[in-house]
Design a protein around this ligand. Structure first.
Ligand SMILES: *Cc1c(COP(=O)(O)O)cnc(C)c1O
Length: 379
């Protein structure tokens, strides 16, 4: 089955009780058993729920995975993965990382004796150098947030294969429509389904998928034991969102390109970060591993003044000033005051998060209106 067909059909079947074409919201905590130990596959909704089950099958299918599990948030999904480790185990992570993931690693799991290394992953040799027999996970985010750097997944898979480490990819920005890390050699894919998979800014959810049976067993054991599951209503919303994922992503990519090219030509804009530009340092890798370049764009302003950036984000009318991304509506954010404020100025400037940096999540509106909005705000 091709992607668009999977997005609509994978994991979902007409309801066996009524024939309902949409998977019902099974808002129930428990299931009546015919006799002791005899049930229809569902015993208690922390362990499994039919609405969640359909979604887990759907997300797994989209990533060409056999096993999938959904969680109460993207961070809860990463939390599950980290709980597979033991004290003394090491994780090598990309340094240009979603802030919440960094906080989870540093302030929760470091305390339990997990060792984290944060490195620039554009250079595979630098990663290989850090690998030792305690390395259990290589954590990759690509494209990265907010600098839109691209990491070569195949190259990282080779590094992981030379040790007994699992390559785990946060595929939130690209979605399985644009990038399928398991096919490139990754072992586990993680999603914040809050973003493009849900796609309508109405739910917070996370997911893990894998083809590794051992990892899957642990994933389901921890999901059930720690209990950070997602509810049936939210599962329904993401199932519905996924049905238009391919259509939305095509439009996000088209609009992203138009907005990126407009910004690039604007005299008040200094630099535009978007992997679709041939001048992007890893454009070739992006072209190799992604179907399109997405709707996430960052840009800095000429003169690099904080005031100018704050003015721009407050003058837009259509773009909404908000954290998050991946919804149908366009959002604008200022990393320095919103998401990256906790990182010391020197540290954040090293990765490119300067005072005037602005991040866009380009939605699926008419590109013409989005460009007009940015134009009046910049002028
Ligand atoms: C939002 C996000 C997360 C965290 O997901 P939540 O659903 O907010 O917990 C992780 N990684 C990336 C790249 C994200 O954008």
């Amino acid at each position: 089955m091709k992607f668009g067909t999977k997005a609509i059909h994978a994991g979902v079947e007409p309801d066996s009780a009524t024939g309902a074409i949409m998977t019902p919201i099974y808002q129930t905590s428990t299931y009546v058993q015919e006799e002791v130990g005899k049930h229809k596959g569902y015993a208690y909704s922390r362990t499994q729920n039919p609405t969640r089950h359909a979604l887990e099958k759907s997300i797994a299918a989209l990533e060409n995975a056999e096993f999938g599990a959904c969680f109460g948030s993207g961070l809860a999904a990463i939390d599950c993965l980290m709980k597979m480790l033991n004290p003394g185990d090491e994780v090598i992570s990309t340094s240009d990382l979603y802030g919440g993931t960094f906080r989870l690693f540093k302030t929760i799991f470091e305390k339990y004796g997990i060792v984290f290394h944060f490195v620039e992953m554009k250079n595979a040799a630098a990663v290989a150098e850090l690998v030792n027999d305690k390395t259990k996970i290589i954590w990759v985010e690509t494209p990265t947030n907010p600098m839109m750097s691209i990491i070569d997944i195949e190259e990282m898979a080779n590094v992981a294969k030379q040790s007994n480490a699992l390559l785990c990819v946060d595929n939130t920005f690209a979605t399985p429509y644009l990038q399928q890390p398991l096919d490139l050699g990754a072992d586990v894919v993680m999603h914040s389904a809050t973003k493009y998979l849900g796609g309508h800014s109405d739910v917070v959810m996370g997911a893990l998928v894998t083809n590794n049976e051992e990892v899957a067993k642990e994933m389901y054991r921890i999901q059930n034991s720690s209990g950070a599951i997602t509810g049936p209503m939210d599962a329904f919303l993401v199932l519905r969102g996924i049905k238009t994922l391919h259509l939305r992503m095509d439009r996000h990519c088209d609009n992203g390109e138009k907005v990126a090219r407009f910004l690039d030509a604007h005299p008040k804009v200094n630099k535009v970060y978007w992997p679709g530009f041939e001048s992007h340092p890893n454009h070739d890798v992006a072209k190799k591993q992604m179907r399109g370049f997405g709707g996430m764009i960052s840009f800095s302003l000429v003169g690099n003044q904080l005031e100018d950036a704050l003015q721009t984000v407050s003058k837009v009318k259509l773009f909404a000033l908000a954290e998050s991304l991946g919804g149908v509506e366009s959002l604008i954010g200022h990393p320095v005051t919103m998401t990256h404020g906790a990182i010391p100025k020197e540290e954040r400037e090293k990765i490119g998060v300067v005072d005037s940096l602005i991040r866009l999540s380009v939605g699926v509106e008419d590109a013409h209106d989005l460009i007009d909005d940015l134009k009046q705000a910049l002028d």
